[in-house]
Ligand binder design. Structure first.
Ligand code: SAM
Length: 402
């Protein structure tokens, strides 16, 4: 395919650098950085845009570093921003968020994102990985299918890394690995086709469809959580703690002692638990996944909490002081934003794992009377383009008819 020289000017959502070719057409260049001049091969050419992969860096950016993990050279698709320095990663992620808020969120001057503090390295304790024909777990490759077998993983906690490197999962296609830093518990969930799994002593192995309960316990901000194999949990306890603390600071004074907090898309009750315990709040946790609902009922049992097992859009909203909403990648969407706004909460704290969905949701919340006040960045996935944001929205206009 054709080779071209390009000069990217920004990072695009999705992790590639954005350049323009001689005709002005947008080109997404993998492996390049803003401010660089690169020789690249076009891999996909469309009428409105093209894709390319950098072959040679002719003029490197000051943000460029040597990738620290050897798995990248083996095609691992897990950490594709390893060629960017940690400071560069933070800055570029903030730029992507601001750009989405300007372009999609139609905000002329969005609040500048601030980096939230992380207590320690955000190592992952949960991974859903592919399994190679040889029975080894690995991240999916950058291109194509299969699993990349590695002897180390830059971003995995040692308890998880051992399961990745030393575990054998013959016959499985996919494996869920989950470890607890607080208790050392580890579980493995394999699909039905798996044969004799080999893992270190003490690791409990489950097969899809098993009826016995599969869970670990983790601790975050002094609270204990039961987390089942089927339930969502953040990448690890450091990330969960950083998010909980960013949510707490974004709530600020808006939640009075004994006030009502709605935790929408509550998962196993992470935010509801930490905040209700700190603020003596009454909480309503809304979550649709039965596994997470069962965990949340256990995790919130000692608090003034109600767990509602329903989709947010089908939940009958009740008055609240504050809503924390942490939807899946697609964001709140119109039904979710409608339910959140119908609580009449004076503050909404939105946790987003995609800048574009944050920007779309900020439009929907603005239509419902909420103004975006601040954005905190939580770098839950270093060495990748992924970024989590915790955004504070304040009710500034009463909704029509309310
Ligand atoms: C990003 S996770 C956040 C969970 C939790 N806040 C945490 O930090 O651990 C999103 C959660 O929303 C749940 N979910 C997805 N769609 C939903 C919906 N329409 N209504 C309610 N919950 C939903 C998922 O099952 C998942 O537990």
């Amino acid at each position: 395919m054709t080779e071209v020289e390009l000069s990217p000017t920004a990072m695009a959502a999705g992790g590639a650098a954005l350049a323009r070719d001689a005709g002005g057409r947008v080109v997404f260049v993998e492996g390049a950085l803003p401010g660089e001049r690169v020789r690249a091969r076009l891999t996909d050419t469309r009428k409105d845009f093209a894709r390319a992969v950098a072959l040679e860096i002719l003029e490197p950016s000051a943000d460029r570093v040597a990738p620290p993990c050897s798995a990248l050279a083996m095609g691992c698709g897990g950490c594709t921003w390893q060629h960017v320095s940690p400071a560069g990663q933070s800055r570029l992620k903030a730029d992507v968020v601001v750009d989405a808020l300007r372009r999609i969120g139609k905000l002329a001057e969005p609040p500048l994102p601030r980096a939230a503090l992380m207590g320690g390295p955000p190592l992952r304790t949960t991974a859903r990985l592919a399994v190679s024909p040889g029975g080894r777990a690995g991240h999916r490759p950058r291109t194509g299918s299969g699993a990349v077998e590695t002897d180390a993983c830059l971003v995995a906690h040692p308890l998880l890394e051992e399961l990745i490197v030393d575990g054998r999962y013959p016959g499985a296609h996919e494996v869920l690995l989950r470890a607890s830093v607080a208790t050392g518990e580890r579980i493995v969930l394999v699909d039905r086709g798996a044969g004799a799994v080999q893992v270190p002593a003490g690791v409990r192995v489950f097969q899809e469809g098993d009826t016995q309960p599969a869970f670990i316990h983790e601790e975050v901000a002094g609270r204990r959580f039961r987390i089942s194999a089927g339930s969502f949990f953040q990448a690890g306890p450091e990330v969960a703690g950083a998010l909980a603390s960013a949510v707490t600071s974004s709530i600020g004074e808006a939640l009075p002692d004994g006030g009502v907090l709605v935790d929408a898309y509550a998962g196993v009750g992470l935010f509801a638990s930490v905040i209700a315990a700190q603020r003596r709040a009454r909480v309503v946790a809304v979550e649709s996944d039965p596994s997470a609902v069962a965990d949340a009922r256990v995790n919130l049992a000692d608090l003034d909490a109600q767990v509602v097992g329903v989709e947010v859009a089908r939940w009958r909203p009740r008055p609240a002081d504050v809503v924390v909403a942490d939807p899946a990648r697609s964001g709140l969407g119109r039904p979710g934003a409608g339910a959140v706004a119908a609580t009449g909460a004076s503050r909404v704290v939105l946790v987003s794992c995609d800048p574009a969905s944050l920007a779309r949701d900020s439009v929907l919340l603005r239509e419902a009377g909420y103004a975006l006040v601040s954005v905190l960045l939580v770098d839950a996935f270093p060495h990748t383009f992924h970024v989590e944001t915790v955004s504070r929205f304040d009710l500034v206009t009463a909704r029509p008819g309310s």
